[in-house]
Design a protein around this ligand. Structure first.
Ligand SMILES: [Zn+2]
Length: 204
């Protein structure tokens, strides 16, 4: 069973570079793939929401209010669940392309999140990552996955339900960013392309 609540231990190296969309929500298919269909802040996955990707949106590293010039710039965007997005307000968050969130945040077995640096504590405070409902959900998920790990699941159906990739993966090769794509090779390594080639693991 993968460690679903392990934050990335390395800064994000973006594989996509779409440019020129006039609204930041237009970058959403790219962000879904870039962030592996998970919220940058709480690590909740599209699969864990009844409405999947509809419960996620594009969020800004530098908030719109602080830096209007970066509102529609892909490199300033990240993928977040709507709840984290709405509670974070207008504070700047660490850029995941610069800071490995795994160095900032640790999830404990009781479902709480801890940090050893001031920057990590700021992320927890800004996004309210120890909000009670989220801690309760996280603990429940940890416990459920622990039970699942010791249970018969011969065709992997149950594990796939919680830990598989979404059924609807974005086909990025069909998208034509108005300002081009500075990293066109990333499309060939997208999750959609990997599924087409039978290279996608059943869980992640
Ligand atoms: Zn979230």
């Amino acid at each position: 069973m993968t460690d679903v609540f392990q934050y990335p231990l390395q800064p994000l190296v973006r594989k996509h570079g779409p440019q020129g969309y006039r609204t930041y929500e237009s970058y959403k298919p790219w962000l879904r793939d870039e962030f592996s269909f998970r919220c940058n802040y709480c690590l909740c996955r599209e699969r864990w929401f009844p409405d999947g990707e509809a419960s996620f949106s594009a969020d800004h590293v530098r908030p719109q209010s602080l830096d209007p010039d970066l509102v529609n710039v892909y490199e300033n965007l990240l993928y977040a669940c709507c709840q984290c997005n709405s509670v974070r307000g207008t504070d700047e968050v660490p850029d995941p392309s610069v800071h490995a969130y795994g160095e900032l945040l640790k999830i404990q077995q009781d479902g709480t999140l801890t940090a050893e640096s001031e920057q990590g504590r700021n992320v927890i405070a800004i996004c309210r990552l120890n909000r009670p409902k989220l801690v309760t959900f996280r603990l429940g998920m940890i416990e459920a996955l622990s039970v699942l790990a010791g249970r018969e699941d011969p065709d992997g159906r149950i594990a796939g339900h919680y830990l598989g990739f979404p059924d609807s993966l974005p086909n990025l090769s069909r998208l034509k960013p108005p300002g081009g794509n500075t990293k066109p090779d990333g499309v060939a390594t997208s999750f959609f392309a990997r599924r087409q080639h039978g290279q996608l693991p059943p869980t992640y």
